[in-house]
Ligand binder design. Structure first.
Ligand SMILES: [Cu+2]
Length: 273
């Protein structure tokens, strides 16, 4: 059974195996398929039309399934690898071991945002930006520049305390847990972290930065924590909602999985705590 661990607790060997498996997927071309899929959904999910991956109730189950696909791809390279998660409410500075050269590398240089160290630096030659929204072919970051502060634990708690999963109109204007976690309203958790990292992470091709997976693995863990706190609150809507994935409707691009199939993460993996 896959156990997803806090990235701060990984051993040197676990970090190396994760990085090597990510690089192998990149080399084979499979990695860029994930970037492409994510960007296609970012571009097509709209508040007034069909919405599946983002700004909708299925934001959480869609990303759970997307991460499962990626994790299974990693495990096809190295069966010992699991997705780690980044608790950005705790490891909230550029000095966190997450950004060390033996793991994801650090922030970009001031001139052009180019990441200069770590396994994903352009100079290492293993991390070309093939799926991109502009001409720049190197991984960029600007940690803590566009927004100064990552969310605090108190802000996370304020969102976990919300007892309704989602609310009409089931988009970026909604109140409730999903939209406050996603960040279109309220204290802004998930969206703010994308902006804090900067570079490709602040765009539709955000999976170009491997921290995407660690960020979303933590967002996914917060969904699990919310479920434990609110055992009587479930995924909504439960039927008949135009443009929105109801509990028992299948989700694109898989078309064979429903939110209902993804509510219980323990069928697929557990967390270290
Ligand atoms: Cu995201």
């Amino acid at each position: 059974m896959t156990v997803r661990k806090n990235q701060a607790t990984l051993t040197t060997d676990e970090k190396k195996r994760f990085v090597d498996a990510v690089l192998a997927l990149k080399h084979s071309g499979r990695y860029d398929d994930f970037v492409r899929t994510h960007n296609e959904f970012i571009m097509s999910d709209t508040d007034t039309g069909e919405r599946t991956g983002h700004r909708s109730p299925s934001f959480l189950p869609w990303h759970r399934r997307f991460l499962l696909d990626f994790e299974q791809a990693l495990q096809s390279v190295d069966s010992s690898v699991a997705l780690p998660y980044w608790d950005w409410s705790t490891d909230r500075t550029v000095r966190a071991s997450l950004w060390a050269p033996d793991f994801l590398g650090g922030t970009g240089r001031s001139t052009d945002g180019r990441v200069m160290d770590g396994p994903f630096a352009a100079a290492a030659g293993n991390w070309p930006m093939n799926v991109r929204v502009d001409g720049r072919t190197f991984l960029r970051r600007s940690l803590g520049t566009a927004v100064r502060e990552l969310p605090t634990r108190a802000e996370v708690e304020s969102v976990l305390s919300m007892s309704t999963y989602d609310m009409a109109p089931y988009n970026s204007a909604s109140d409730g847990f999903r939209n406050n976690l996603e960040g279109w309203r309220g204290v802004n958790l998930h969206n703010r972290v994308h902006v804090w990292v900067g570079g490709q992470m602040a765009t539709g091709v955000s999976p170009n930065d491997p921290v995407f997976w660690l960020h979303h693995a933590y967002v996914d863990k917060l969904w699990a924590e919310w479920q434990r706190r609110h055992p009587d609150a479930g995924y909504v809507p439960t039927g008949g909602t135009p443009d929105v994935v109801d509990l028992d409707e299948t989700m694109k691009p898989w078309n064979d999985v429903r939110p209902a199939d993804l509510l219980d993460h323990t069928k697929f993996y557990t967390f270290d705590s």
